[in-house]
Design a protein around this ligand. Structure first.
Ligand SMILES: Cc1ncc(COP(=O)(O)O)c(C=O)c1O
Length: 474
């Protein structure tokens, strides 16, 4: 052993100190802080230092790491409402420390850890109500979507992984508000971005089944091969859930692969009030879900689940001299895109074991209630406007309407920037139908109704005081 790379005599003290830093962080996340920590000159200088040739004291170095984290945007904080956040679930963080310490590689059979991953896939499938025969954990919704669409490609165009796509004209279909990872998948899988058919959405921003049917029929008449339909179960922009059952009818009638991109919204299929939105889910060929979004565990922990166990192996299995295959068993590398793969499942496994599925359903339902509450409060307020229909899940776009203001887009961008600088609530803007909206998303179990109320109060406070870049006109 090279002793210079062991913590040696400092090991126990380092662990205790790290535990104290974690305990401090967790206490700090229990309630919102009134402002963000500024990045001090000292810290800026620390972060400019060149490569250290010699080591430093471990306790002092851990404190330096703590300072960096304290001056960073942490999604674990209860009023981080930007983009689609998460929570850094405490037991999930402990699971990561444990799993990373053993540094298991799930490329090949890793004995008990391989079984744990399979068991967690089974638990996740039960939680969502999807009859998965196989699945694996990936680094994110992007990779889960690419994995599923690669399997769809091999089913629609058998042998294309060998021959390529040169003599084919594939197409995939998704809502006009599908996540960009679908376009990215089309680029990477050789379909090309022009093969993505953006299907129009209805007034609740869901894919229109009849428009989908027409697009497929037109493509078939022109010799194009439909590879997959992607239903988004919780769009990133507004949280709309495409009508999965109606899309499944169409996919079944044409024999097309149905993938459900539930990276953000799919956990809501487990909660009684929102479950009906996901009717038809069990008929999909594959689903993606990010446990690192609305199942609260730290990144990265996404999963791709498939109904037909053979499809992933047909797409990814291969023989390499250095990869042993025993008894025709697949190794994880035969059903995934990655080779070396950490034990991502451990954090979800421990989280479900410690808290139980019921606690997750309750936390998801609470986030949905917060979204409904914000929608009602904003629509009743004289200086806010909301979208025509209430949130389906936990994203609630709203706009501050400054009386007499002639440029509400610039005004709302300004309000958002002010809120980010102010630091009491962290929120991000989004463009919907060409207009700028403030777009909070509730995916954190630490967020309370009081945090929801104060979000509107702060938006109105900072939206109503001058001077603005775009002052109200008389
Ligand atoms: C619907 C949807 N799909 C896919 C993704 C991509 O997920 P990831 O960032 O984990 O790659 C997102 C991210 O927000 C999403 O909202």
């Amino acid at each position: 052993m090279n002793h210079s790379l062991s913590l040696g005599a400092s090991r126990e003290a380092a662990l205790e100190h790290a535990a104290a830093l974690v305990a401090h962080a967790w206490r700090d996340f229990d309630s919102p802080r009134e402002s963000e920590t500024e990045i001090s000159e000292l810290l800026i200088n620390e972060l400019r230092k060149p490569l250290p040739e010699q080591g430093s004291d471990v306790i002092e170095s851990l404190d330096a790491a703590g300072d960096v984290l304290d001056a960073s945007l942490a999604q674990s904080r209860p009023r981080y409402l930007a983009y689609i956040g998460s929570s850094g679930l405490e037991i999930g963080a402990l699971a990561d420390l444990l799993a990373h310490s053993y540094d298991i590689n799930l490329a090949l059979d890793a004995r008990a850890a391989t079984r744990l991953e399979a068991q967690t896939i089974g638990w996740l499938a039960d939680f969502l109500g999807f009859p998965a025969r196989l699945g694996s954990f990936t680094s994110g919704g992007t990779i889960s979507n690419i994995t599923a669409l690669a399997a769809a490609r091999e089913r629609a165009l058998p042998g294309s992984r060998t021959t390529g796509l040169s003599d084919t004209r594939p197409a995939i279909y998704c809502s006009a508000e599908a996540h960009y990872s679908i376009t990215r998948a089309a680029e990477l899988l050789g379909f090309g971005r022009n093969a993505v058919r953006d299907i129009p959405i209805d007034e609740q921003r869901r894919m229109q089944p009849e428009a989908l049917r027409a697009a497929i029929a037109l493509d078939l008449a022109n010799g194009v091969t439909p590879v997959a339909v992607i239903a988004t179960a919780g769009t990133t922009l507004t949280g709309s859930v495409d009508p999965i059952a109606a899309l499944a009818d169409i996919c079944e009638s044409f024999g097309i692969w149905l993938h459900v991109d539930g990276a953000y919204g799919l956990p809501a299929a487990s909660a009684p009030l929102t479950a009906p939105l996901f009717a038809g889910l069990s008929r999909a060929d594959s689903v993606s879900v990010d446990a690192h979004k609305w199942m609260f565990v730290p990144k990265a922990c996404s999963a791709v689940l498939v109904r037909d166990a053979q499809t992933l192996a047909r797409t990814f299995a291969h023989d390499e001299a250095y990869i042993p295959h025993e008894d025709d068993e697949w190794n994880a590398v035969d059903i995934t895109l990655e080779y070396s793969r950490p034990l991502r499942a451990m954090k979800l496994w421990l989280a479900l074991r410690v808290h139980g599925a019921q606690a997750f359903r309750a936390a998801i339902a609470e986030n949905c209630e917060q979204a409904q509450h914000l929608y009602r409060s904003a629509s009743a307020h004289p200086r806010f406007e909301v979208l025509a229909s209430p949130p389906q899940l936990s994203i609630v776009p709203f706009r501050h309407v400054l009386p007499g203001c002639t440029d509400l887009d610039a005004h709302n961008l300004d309000v958002c920037a002010r809120m980010q600088r102010d630091g009491r609530v962290y929120i991000s803007p989004a463009t919907i139908d060409g207009q700028v909206w403030l777009r909070p998303c509730f995916t954190n179990f630490r967020t309370t109704m009081a945090d929801v109320d104060i979000t509107l109060e702060i938006a109105d406070e900072l939206g109503s005081i001058g001077p603005h870049d775009h002052p109200p006109t008389k």
